[in-house]
Ligand binder design. Structure first.
Ligand SMILES: [Zn+2]
Length: 250
């Protein structure tokens, strides 16, 4: 199969199964997707591998995960990969912005519709393989474009499309005998979890129901307005106490 280099226009012969290549004439990194030939770039990592577990631990200490997860989880060694994203430069009302759509399948949450992180890009060369595995794009650019249009609710005028390799630290952590996965963006430190031990909502609903029942009964039983107010005020601390206990345990 013959393609034309997007940079210098040279005709380049490539095997049918080759998708990632560098132009032998001008050394520009390219990606072949169907009939299209597009530029390929890499973001420069700014987060040190040694800092990656601390970023994950902050996420594990957050409000979406079970209590104590940050202290109890055993986090493994980070492994860097160059994860591919189709980067669409979209013309909007406030000027142009770059939106990323994952170009490879992943169980990580939050990869769709990322904005291009502020940071510098670097030339995509095979030497980057020394720092981490280069993940090949598997999602066709047309599919990613469909996702983009869905996000925009219709038209999304794309000015430029590039394949970006974003450096991600992949991490595994163990909690109560189970393994979980997450990734830390090596440019921003942002965490993309796969499935994680989430905080259960049921106990909070019970606290809410308890509060409604207590206030409701007080309202029914007592008719004197001042007494009613006093009772309400008295029942707030125990309910807050129960809520606090639940947040500690769940
Ligand atoms: Zn070229």
């Amino acid at each position: 199969m013959e393609i034309r280099c997007t940079q210098c226009g040279a005709a380049v012969e490539v095997a049918p199964d080759v998708r990632l290549l560098a132009c032998p004439h001008c050394d520009t990194a390219l990606v072949v997707d169907g009939s299209q030939v597009l530029f390929r770039e890499a973001m420069r990592p700014t987060v040190d591998p040694a800092e990656a577990p601390a970023h994950l631990r902050r996420f594990l200490a957050g409000t979406r995960t079970v209590a104590g997860l940050d202290r109890e989880a055993r986090i493994g060694e980070p492994e860097m990969v160059w994860f591919p994203f189709w980067a669409f430069t979209v013309a909007g009302e406030g000027g142009e912005q770059v939106e990323l759509m994952p170009a490879a399948p992943s169980s990580l949450q939050g990869l769709q519709g990322l904005e291009l992180p502020a940071g510098s890009t670097q030339k995509m060369t095979p030497e980057l393989e020394r720092f981490g595995r280069i993940v090949e794009p598997e999602v066709p650019v047309e599919t990613a474009r469909t996702w983009l249009e869905e996000r925009h609710g219709g038209e999304a005028p794309v000015r430029r499309t590039v394949l970006y390799h974003l450096p991600l630290y992949q991490l595994t952590y163990t909690w109560r005998g189970r393994d979980y996965r997450a990734a830390v963006d090596a440019v921003t430190g942002r965490v993309f979890p796969a499935e994680y031990p989430a905080k259960a909502e049921a106990p909070y609903m019970l606290v809410l129901v308890l509060a409604l029942v207590v206030f409701g009964l007080e309202g029914l039983v007592v008719s004197n307005l001042l007494l009613k107010l006093a009772l309400y005020l008295l029942s707030v601390p125990p309910i807050l106490g129960v809520a606090w206990l639940v947040s500690r345990k769940v």
